[in-house]
Design a protein. Sequence first.
Length: 373
Amino acid sequence: MKRILTAASLLIVLCIPALAQELNNFSRGRQQVVSPEINGDKVTFRLNANYATQVNLQGNWMENGSIPMRKGQNGVWEITVDTPSPEIYTYNFVVDGVSVNDPQNYMVQRDGTRYLNMLMVPGERTENYFEANQRGTVTYRWYDSKILGINRRVTVYTPYGYETSGKKYPVLYLLHGAGGDEEAWTSMGRTAQILDNLIEKGLAQPMIVVMPNGNPGQQAAQTLGLPEKQIDRRDPAMADAYVKSLCTEIVPFIEKNFRVIAKPESRAIAGLSMGGGHTITATNLYPAMFDWICPLSAAGSSTPEQITALKKAGVKLYFLACGTSDFLWDTSVTLDKTMTDCGLEHTFYKSEGGHVWANWRLYLNTFAQLLFK
């Protein structure tokens, strides 16, 4: 027994220096390589890749799309570029032809099946994209859809204090675009951060935000690895199936399971691109359901009769938004004209740029301040 204890003690003594050295190496590497590093009007990217023969930086703000990095001491590749204007950008490295993420940057967003590093440049435009002091809660809930025939997941944001306030809240139903899912608005849209900041500053009413999955065959985001159901979109029985599920299944589910004000004046609906089309379709089919309507870069339209029905229902806000270089700009211009011709008061919010998250975050940050007031 004594020999066993002696051997064990010796093993521990031998392992401690090795473990200490490993931790020291890890810590030392973390301290040496900082990426990205913003210093005023310059930002530096670094990658520890001594094995590489060529490393490029790719960023979605760069006109050329890719620029070569330089190899420095200890095999650390580095490049310093001008800091872009305040916004959230994505980037990655291309190492000997292979795209890799920045291992030193824990800030990532998911776009479909891709995880992309984020470069968050502080400024007036992005001040509500960072964490607030008073933070709400993002949860996932499952509901059964009889219309779609599957069990599905929805993302729900509840504002700071919801758990203890005992109050009832209005609800914004926020819809994603093509290629997205129920996590798109929280991952790329910064919904929780935007609402947290606006509510904390008193610029927006405390509200619940419901973010469903707009792909009718998906149970949830593809990252869960769940099988998808094949939906025959040519089947007349499946026409507008997701939108009908949203209005007749998701809305009642939320109103049963959360403390909400279950009235049209306390319901808002908004969506981008495909979700903007879903927003328009939902309010065409159920004109008296939502008093606050916000299609963003929307792929959809309404007839004069449908706009008249909304006007009759007493819509409180119709916030139409689109970028002037968006490929759906003409669609938004046509919808704006239809509403004008029908005498429906509305806001046509125009921004620079195209079909990008930079615009959709801006729109959410803008129209959220107008809801439920």
